[in-house]
Design a protein around this ligand. Sequence first.
Ligand code: PGA
Length: 252
Amino acid sequence: MRKKLVAGNWKMNQNSIGISEFASKLLTKLQNSQPNSDILICPPFVYLPQLTALFEGSSVQIGAQNVSNNSKGAFTGEVSAAMLTDIGLRWCIVGHSERRKFNHETDEELIQKMELLFAEKINPIFCCGETLPDRNAEKHFEIVQQQIESTLCAMTTNIVETITIAYEPVWAIGTGVTASKEQAQEMHAFIRDLIGKQFGDSIAQNTHILYGGSVTAENAQELFSMPDIDGGLVGGASLKADSFFQIINNCK
Ligand code: PGA
């Protein structure tokens, strides 16, 4: 049985005052409940120490949104996997569609990032998903298959075992248009099948596949009730303690 994971991707949002308020609200709510899911928040790099300190000793884990594909040295503005370990992190998002688009991240770089994270015992959350033109051209399975085959399928089993996959259709990210539970489920089952064919059924059954793209307090329950949806990668709705908590509470 895979335990659900609700991961917040704050992107380039929040400030230190807002974070303190968010943390005290969320901690109060969590004190009076027994969440059924693991909880993760990925803030911008500069807020990682603040957030780690605020949630220390709680069930809320903290992760990074990105990592360098180089291990150390003259890479101005970059943060290495070893630095993430140094401050106690265990999670890092890799290959979010915004980074693929705006930072032109390549499959080769994504592989390098996941290998460096593995060496530091950090679990990658690997993002994949098709654009609207891909979906309209009914190429969504083909595109996601290609994204998985050119990255995860080129990696070793012991690394893939540590990876959580996030299926995030680009047309659903930040648009308010969520994939239906059927659309999400069929893609998640397809991804699990791909992993099974390459790495065997046991790894496929143990792999967490999150859904991302306009998850809200209102639609989380029906999405998360589907058999192959193991929680969510939540952007906008993770910025407010109220909606993030409601999403966490929707994990049965
Ligand atoms: P959204 O973002 O929930 O705001 O659509 C999800 C994501 O990009 O991870």
